[in-house]
Design a binder for this molecule. Structure first.
Ligand code: AMP
Length: 433
């Protein structure tokens, strides 16, 4: 029997907002976490974006704060009672939007605080009084220093994507913030992974937590088709353009390892007349938001992103995700392909694997416990130098240098290529024993 939201003990105003969103049943993390949070326990939750984790902590927090809702104009009647810390501005923005959506029936105030935007505007809102603050750690500390925010009445703290906060070096800031939360009663920590470091932080920050784990969304999600192509580095851009055309991709996110790589790929694809934008940490917050909105609206066909910029972005049900650069961190592979095949929709995760990627490829296979096979794309097999067959008719005169070369016969593939490098080397003479 499916559990319903009404069984979880949420406030009627919150239930109404959830019904307005059209959610029928709680997701597994919601069903498990909501009663525990309402009971006042600390939580260590293993959940990625896409599992419904934001509502898993937002709905019970709103329920707990509902009795304190007040229409008073006095700032003193609206102290900060819940603080939600996120590693990135984008995630803060999304969490904040969820708080607004799920809390729309309640006279509770919320705001977000992150760097890269005017501090004065944030200060004005904070001075007026807000019960729920969603913040990135650095900017929150700036406000503490300027005395525009007081955290002494915060009862509930959420650390969202704690693993990424760790990666991004935010833990000293978090410790500083924790010292200011003198009235903290409950802490909820969410992380996509339970690494030894995360367990250590949980032991430091949480008090007898309930550990809640939900199945990894996509490591074993059969709805995601994983296609891996061996390719030489210098031909990756042409291969991507070829695949976008042949698959008729209208919305695709391509992951690059570096900001420079992302910019370069975006430029190259623009030259191929695709509508493409890059998002990474060097781009202004406002530009990142604009780009994301355009991508979601279908105005941008290809979004080139780095892991940090894409982490936590609520981009659901993407039909295609491309690992243009294979990630060096196997966990990132799981995060990246988690962008597709969500909520029962099918998706394709395409990865380019170069000879230099051998050890990262092995690490990914080990992590997801799947023997992923490399399948060359005709015309792009390593060791061949043919152009792919044209995928759309060209009109007008042939361009200089636009040479058509016949696609050679593909060599038979080894049945279970263990080492990618083997695909890139000339065949060896059989060893005589
Ligand atoms: P999150 O993991 O919090 O980023 O949520 C991923 C997406 O799932 C968001 O777009 C939510 O709006 C959506 N969502 C959250 N809870 C539910 C639910 N119970 N039923 C359907 N969709 C949901």
């Amino acid at each position: 029997m499916n559990m319903s939201f009404a069984d979880l003990g949420l406030a009627p105003e919150v239930l109404k907002a959830v019904a307005d969103q059209g959610y029928e049943n709680p997701t597994p993390i919601q069903a498990k976490a909501i009663p525990v949070v309402l009971a006042g326990r600390d939580v260590l939750g293993a959940a990625q974006t896409g599992t419904g984790k934001t509502a898993a902590f937002t709905l019970p927090i709103l329920t707990k704060l509902a009795p304190m809702a007040s229409n008073s104009v006095s700032p003193a009647r609206h102290p900060v009672r819940a603080l939600i810390l996120t590693p990135t501005r984008e995630l803060a923005d999304q969490v904040s939007a969820s708080v607004t959506t799920y809390g729309k029936q309640l006279a509770l105030r919320s705001t977000m605080v992150f760097g890269g935007v005017n501090m004065e505007e944030q200060s004005k809102i904070l001075r007026g009084g807000v019960e729920i603050v969603v913040a990135t750690p650095g900017r929150l500390l700036d406000h503490v220093q300027q005395k525009t925010i007081s955290l002494g009445q915060v009862e509930i703290l959420v650390l969202d994507e704690a693993d990424r906060m760790l990666d991004m070096g935010f833990i000293p800031d978090i410790r500083r913030i924790l010292d200011l939360l003198t009235n903290r009663k409950q802490t909820l920590m969410f992380s996509a992974t339970f690494s030894p470091e995360i367990k250590k932080l949980a032991a430091e920050f949480l008090n007898n937590p309930e550990t809640i784990e939900v199945a990894r969304q996509n490591a074993t999600n059969e709805m995601v088709k994983q296609e891996l192509h061996p390719v030489e580095s210098h031909r990756k851009q042409k291969l991507l353009a070829h695949l976008i055309r042949t698959h008729g991709m209208t919305q695709v996110i391509a992951f690059c390892r570096t900001k420079q790589g992302a910019d370069q790929l975006a430029r190259d694809l623009k030259r191929e007349r695709f509508s493409v934008e890059a998002i990474h940490g060097d781009r202004l917050q406002s530009a990142r938001m604009e780009t994301l909105a355009a991508f979601k609206d279908g105005k941008v066909q290809v979004l080139v992103a780095t892991d940090v910029a894409a982490r936590g972005l609520d981009i659901n049900d993407l039909p295609y995700v491309v690992n243009y650069d294979l990630p060096h961190n196997a966990e990132d592979y799981v995060h990246r392909i988690g962008r597709t095949g969500r909520a029962g929709a099918s998706g394709v995760a395409i990865s380019f694997v170069t000879p230099e990627d051998d050890k990262y490829f092995e690490a990914i296979k080990k992590l997801i416990k799947k023997d992923l096979q490399l399948v060359p794309v005709p015309g792009f097999s390593p060791g061949t130098h043919a152009l792919p067959p044209p995928t759309r008719p060209r009109s007008g005169p042939a361009l200089m240098g636009d040479v058509q070369v016949e696609t050679p016969q593909l060599p038979p593939l080894p049945k279970r290529p263990q080492q990618i490098a083997a695909l890139f080397l000339p065949p060896k003479a059989p060893i005589q024993r």
